[in-house]
Design a protein around this ligand. Structure first.
Ligand code: SF4
Length: 479
């Protein structure tokens, strides 16, 4: 673990410590953005990124407010483990937990002594909370009532994120090119929220079909400071880069004009790839190397249940369109759901082979099990609650067993295989071959020969994309 920088001003009157448990190996925008605003208001702000640092007692000592960012399931699990130690190191601090997973876990967080829970466009609420506490006014109305709204979707005033208190960009996830050379990656957000309502998506309960754009000049200033730090690739973290296609295109052009050698990647849903296919060549011209797309399934029934707004064959179309434009597609999946059948899982593997996408899919994607957090729109599906167990605060979700026990067994076997193969450095073709064989064994037949060409590797980030994986023991103990 790197030592935490000690340069933060101790003399300023009000001390705010922002903590990021985990963010997919990205330098956390969600710390840098509020840090800029809080500093502008005169607060002394320190940042701790638990993915690279430990909880330094010297940094937490005397903190007035500790803000913990929970943007994804894995981060929330780590945050809950770290909370007792944070409270011990900063016993007088008001604890605020913010981010997508905060409102949906509000009741649990309150039980654990969290004073303020914020989701959505959190910056104005965080500023108001700190201003009030600095003036000696209470955090809550009465004993417990939080004054700031738990979810805010109002427009916020954007400031260029202040990344100075975070570990160096070069310590975070890198871009890995097919020839295994690497590049330093910067991370930017051109929009927040999403206009879609996919039932399993954690963005939906908070943003409820709304999205907000970040002004291009603010995004570009943020990119500029990261390019200065050595970034030659920008990963856009927008939930969907084409929620506002004109804005997305403006950003791509604004990036390419001053930095023609800097490449980028973005996340775009299948439906948007098809609907805005005419924009793909321009994205390519501006340096787009790959598009991550939450395909989730190739089964039309499952796609309908998830309300994904695309069908299985649309995946093939998205692959063809991105290939025509010279952009790689990195599909992501929810491979195991209560509706996944063994034959359906084999069909997914076969489709990846036919589309020559095996080199584009990190094996961990083929192990992902549907997570049902509190507030999930899946809970509104008629009859769904009867299919799942009671909420389990240890795993922050509603566990479920598949009606066909063989499916659950297969998921466990494949998860163990992928974990082992990653630690042993087994090449992707062999990992896929193992998954292919295990899936066929589960239905009691021999696996057919794999195709010769499974697809070449594509550019990727050194930390694979997933937001709902179980944290590792190391992550849970490393603070
Ligand atoms: S899965 Fe993607 S498109 Fe669907 S609601 Fe979530 S962010 Fe939006």
């Amino acid at each position: 673990m790197a030592a935490l920088p000690q340069e933060h001003a101790r003399t300023l009157p009000f001390k705010v410590v922002l903590i990021n448990p985990y963010e997919l190996g990205r330098q956390p925008f969600a710390l840098a953005a509020p840090a800029a605003l809080l500093k502008r208001e005169g607060h002394a702000v320190s940042c701790i990124d638990l993915s690279l640092q430990t909880l330094d007692p010297a940094v937490l000592e005397g903190a007035d407010v500790v803000g913990i960012y929970v943007g994804m399931h894995t981060a929330t699990r780590i945050a809950l483990e770290a909370l007792p130690r944070i409270k011990a190191l900063a016993p007088n601090a008001h604890i605020c937990v913010y981010g997508l997973y905060a409102p949906m876990n509000e009741a649990l967080l309150r039980r654990l002594g969290v004073g303020t829970v914020l989701g959505g466009e959190i910056e104005p609420a965080l500023l108001a909370l700190c201003a009030r506490l600095r003036e000696g006014r209470p955090a809550c109305a009465g004993q417990t009532n939080q004054i700031e709204p738990v979810v805010s979707l109002g427009k916020v005033e954007f400031e260029v994120p202040d990344r100075s208190g975070l570990p160096k960009l070069s310590s975070y996830a890198h871009l890995v090119l097919p020839d295994e050379t690497t590049r330093i990656v910067g991370f930017a957000e051109g929009s927040r929220g999403c206009k879609h309502l996919c039932r399993h998506c954690p963005v939906v309960p908070v943003y409820q079909g709304k999205f907000r754009v970040v002004p291009v000049d603010v995004v570009m200033e943020d990119i500029r400071q990261q390019v200065k730090e050595g970034a030659t690739h920008i990963s856009f973290g927008d939930p969907d880069f084409f929620n506002g296609p004109t804005h997305g295109l403006r950003l791509a052009r604004a990036l390419h004009e001053p930095f023609p050698g800097v490449t980028f990647d973005a996340t775009i849903k299948v439906q948007h790839i098809i609907d805005h296919a005419e924009l793909l060549p321009e994205l390519k011209r501006c340096g787009c190397l790959f598009i991550t797309s939450a395909v989730e399934s190739v089964d039309d029934d499952i796609l309908r249940i998830l309300d994904k707004n695309h069908q299985g064959l649309d995946f093939d179309r998205a692959v063809a369109l991105t290939r025509d434009a010279g952009i790689a597609l990195a599909p992501t999946f929810v491979a195991f759901t209560p509706w996944t059948t063994l034959e359906g899982y084999i069909a997914l593997l076969r489709r990846l082979m036919e589309l020559q996408l095996v080199g584009s899919v990190p094996p961990v994607q083929l192990t992902i099990r549907l997570l049902v957090p509190e507030g999930s729109y899946l809970l509104q599906l008629p009859g769904f609650r009867e299919q799942i167990k009671a909420f389990d605060s240890a795993v922050l979700g509603y566990p479920w067993d598949h009606a066909d026990a063989r499916v659950d067994r297969l998921q466990q076997t494949i998860t163990a295989w992928v974990a082992r193969s990653e630690s042993d450095g087994i090449v992707r073709r062999e990992v896929f071959a193992g998954i292919w064989r295990m899936a066929h064994e589960a239905v009691g037949r021999a696996a057919p020969e794999l195709a010769e060409n499974l697809g070449a590797p594509i550019p990727r980030l050194s930390e694979p994309w997933y937001c709902c994986a179980e944290p590792t023991e190391q992550q849970l103990r490393s603070f």
